[in-house]
Write a protein of this length. Structure first.
Lengths: 366, 396
């Protein structure tokens, strides 16, 4: 059979379709087959219908400067509104002549977050940097010392407030989460039951309930005559809420520690606290860093809910800016502006967590 | 040996009771329970003192009083003169309504987008990615405001309503869409559908038993399709195909006819679906990627057709990965529906909020919200756990 085939002349075939170059790429990725060609054409049609009006509204017909809202109603977006309200939306009620203070607070937060992303810095020095940074944030926001005028927490608003709620909620929720996770994995039934009850209760109800609870019920819980700042109340709610969610993330890491590690620690004669601090937690926490970043993104987005207890975070200041009688009806502009700010933070962090996940996987792949 | 080592490294030997892990464990637990109980007692004591001092009423007696606030929309009849209990019931039905619709549509959107992100088509893949990356990274509260602003504040009045499709209008009164006119035929079609589903299940059982026994296959899929789709269709045509639709038409200053969604409901539903859809699409994508390509190759080598391969090999394995995170997405969608309060849709939380403001009874209001959400959470996880058990890996 094979010999005959060798002797038979083979008819010349057309070369295979090009797989390189622009034409090859188009054929391989957009027009391989009837279904894909139809899908490509549908997508192109969708883009052709949706994108030009958006560009026309946002760029071509947009009005970039206007003295007031009435002269800003054209066919396009009124970015003059954002220009007029920029300071208020981002920094809220903070005294206008002190704007540099919340602005540097935002700068410090961004620096701290960026520094935390560099793995070479992970360790004591980063922790010191964060402690110093947070002290600086509170000194700058609160004032009352070093020649800075004192600013009440009711004036703290906009992006700095959003960042404070999220970062402090995460930082203080983290130790709580570790304790809850350890409690949930404990061999002592009473400890376990209480921790499971707390975690499931908090995770089972919406965050709004926690915020209502903090704003309406916390004053009732405390001894008579003991008042507590509204911002602190919301912050407590975020810490309690974050703690329950972080506990489940940490538990994932704890469960992934091989039993042998714990047995080895026991056989070395380490106590429970030594074993947990030196053997279990370092490994468990390193494993769950990517989901921890994701939890932080979730908490950052959830801070937008403080609007229900009328704290003026970034979203609430935008809503307030919209109620100015001189500048009415610029909803889309305001939401797009605020949306871009939220999006930039979340997108950056989610990309970072994906990167970490890939890097952590590298050791497991061969 | 261990006791010898212990006595060497840790100096003085103590009475055995101190060192006994069992006794120590009990001691720790007693201390822990006492601390927690003390904290609770402290809070309860303070609360009672504060309530007494501020003259806040307690108990659920307020539920039988007249609520005296109007509720914008509801599935059941409600008047301002109705009781708080009735108002809570309305809030609960509204929450369940939007959550149920949201779960269905978010699953559809998320699955489509998850498949699109795995498409061989570059453009489809990138568009799906843009959707996911955009809407996942913006807070839901902001998205709700955006949709609500678009539907309630930016949308024109009914006279200049945007017409999306024939019969579908978007105006500041909400989304108006055609609804089929009530006809007795629909009852029979629904009955035929139920019969079709039951018959299909019976046929499949019989077919798989026969295949197990004799190896002969039976086209249960096609028969099932005929029973579920064909039977109702036949009934529908036999009943004279009553296709009359109640199409909304502009009458005076508003639409008449058809069905309508209020701007609040529509904004909440769109926001929840679009936001949750991004997470579901990631879950679906991860689930399908988790099934190794070797499984598909093995199925092809065994001669499975592509439909069979998907249905019998890939999906059952992908579902196992997909279901647990999907459950938590359904739960979070339900919990997120409480954001309705910020755009004024009368869900459970917003009605409880109004009640708390009117009666001052925050503890009872929050307790009711928590109880309801915990029940919903438990019900959804129970249902999904049952389903999960049905598709879980059966190990020998």
């Amino acid at each position: 059979m094979a010999d005959i085939a060798h002797d038979m002349p083979v008819a010349a075939q057309a070369p295979p379709p090009r797989s390189s170059g622009l034409a090859g790429w188009l054929r391989a990725n957009l027009f391989n087959g009837v279904t894909n060609t139809i899908l490509t054409l549908l997508c192109v049609a969708l883009i052709a219908v949706a994108v030009p009006p958006v560009i026309r509204w946002g760029l071509v017909d947009a009005i970039w400067s206007a003295p007031n809202g009435k002269s800003c109603h054209g066919g396009g977006a009124c970015w003059a509104f954002i220009g007029e309200k920029f300071r208020f939306i981002v920094f809220g009620f903070f005294p206008a002549n002190e704007t540099w203070r919340p602005a540097s607070v935002v700068g410090i937060f961004v620096l701290m977050i960026v520094a935390a992303c560099d793995r070479r810095l992970w360790g004591r020095r980063l922790a010191m940097l964060w402690v110093v940074g947070l002290c600086a944030v509170f000194a700058l926001m609160r004032g009352g010392a070093l020649g800075l005028s004192k600013v009440e927490t009711a004036m703290w608003s906009g992006l700095p407030l959003t960042l404070i709620l999220a970062v402090v909620g995460m930082l203080f929720g983290f130790p709580l989460g570790i304790l809850l996770a350890l409690g949930r994995r404990s061999r002592l039934p009473a400890v376990r039951a209480i921790c499971v009850g707390y975690i499931e209760l908090v995770r089972g109800v919406p965050l709004i309930t926690m915020l209502f609870m903090a704003s309406l019920m916390l004053p009732l819980f405390l001894p008579a005559g003991f008042t507590i700042d509204k911002l602190v109340r919301a912050q407590v709610a975020f810490i309690l809420f974050a703690g329950a969610y972080l506990a489940e993330v940490v538990r994932g890491g704890l469960q992934a520690i091989p039993r042998g590690q714990i047995e080895a620690a026991d056989s070395l004669g380490l106590s429970y606290i030594q074993r947990t601090r030196l053997i279990v937690l370092p490994q468990a926490l390193a494993m769950v860093i990517p989901p921890l970043v994701n939890t932080f993104i979730g908490i950052f987005k959830d801070t937008a809910l403080v609007i229900v207890i009328s704290l003026f975070d970034l979203l609430t200041t935008a809503e307030t800016a919209l109620s100015d009688v001189n500048w009415q009806g610029f909803y889309i502009e305001a939401y797009v502006f605020v949306g871009v700010i939220y999006w930039s933070f979340c997108f950056f962090m989610s990309r970072y967590s994906q990167l970490l996940e890939r890097e952590f996987d590298r050791g497991k792949r061969r | 040996m261990t006791s010898e080592e212990a006595s060497l490294s840790i100096a003085p030997a103590r009475p055995a009771a101190w060192r006994d892990p069992k006794i120590r464990g009990i001691a720790y637990q007693i201390v822990f329970v006492f601390v927690v109980a003390g904290l609770i007692a402290f809070v309860v004591h303070n609360t009672l003192v504060n309530i007494g001092r501020q003259n806040i009423a307690t108990g659920f007696g307020f539920l039988h009083r007249e609520a005296a606030f109007g509720i914008g929309e509801s599935l059941i009849d409600v008047l301002p003169a109705d009781t708080y209990a009735r108002a809570f019931l309305v809030g609960l039905t509204n929450t369940l309504h939007v959550a149920a619709l949201g779960i269905v549509f978010a699953t559809i959107l998320g699955t489509l987008m998850g498949l699109a992100r795995l498409s061989a088509n570059w453009l489809v893949r990138k568009l799906a990615q843009v959707y996911v990356e955009t809407f996942r990274n913006i807070p839901l509260a902001l998205q709700l405001f955006f949709w609500w602003g678009l539907l309630n504040k930016m949308a024109p009045g009914p006279r200049q309503a945007w017409q999306l499709l024939p019969g579908f209008f978007v105006s500041n009164r909400g989304i108006t869409y055609p609804a089929p006119l009530a006809s007795p035929a629909y009852k029979w079609v629904a009955l035929a559908f139920v019969i079709g589903v039951v018959a299909t299940i019976a046929v499949r059982r019989w077919a798989s038993r026969r295949q197990m026994a004799s190896g002969r296959q039976f086209p249960a899929g096609w028969i099932g399709f005929g029973l579920i789709v064909g039977l109702p269709a036949v009934v529908f045509i036999a009943a004279g195909a009553p296709l009359a639709m109640d199409v909304p038409a502009l009458k005076g200053f508003n639409f008449s006819g058809g069905d309508a969604m209020s701007p609040e409901f529509a904004a909440l539903l769109i926001g929840l679906v679009v936001y949750t859809g991004t997470f579901i699409s990631e879950i679906v994508r991860a689930g399908i990627l988790a099934v190794s390509w070797g499984q598909s190759e093995a199925a092809m080598a065994l001669g499975f057709r592509s439909g069979q391969r998907l249905r019998l090999i890939v999906l059952p394995q992908a579902l196992r990965v997909i279901i647990p995170p999907m459950t938590s997405q359904y739960l979070s969608l339900t919990k997120n529906s409480s954001l309705a309060v910020i755009i004024g849709f009368p869900d459970l939380v917003s009605i409880a909020n109004t009640t708390m403001n009117q009666t001052g009874q925050a503890i009872e209001g929050i307790a009711m919200i928590m109880a309801v959400y915990l029940c919903i959470s438990l019900a959804i996880s129970l249902a999904m756990n049952l389903y999960n058990r049905a598709v879980a890996l059966v190990e020998r």
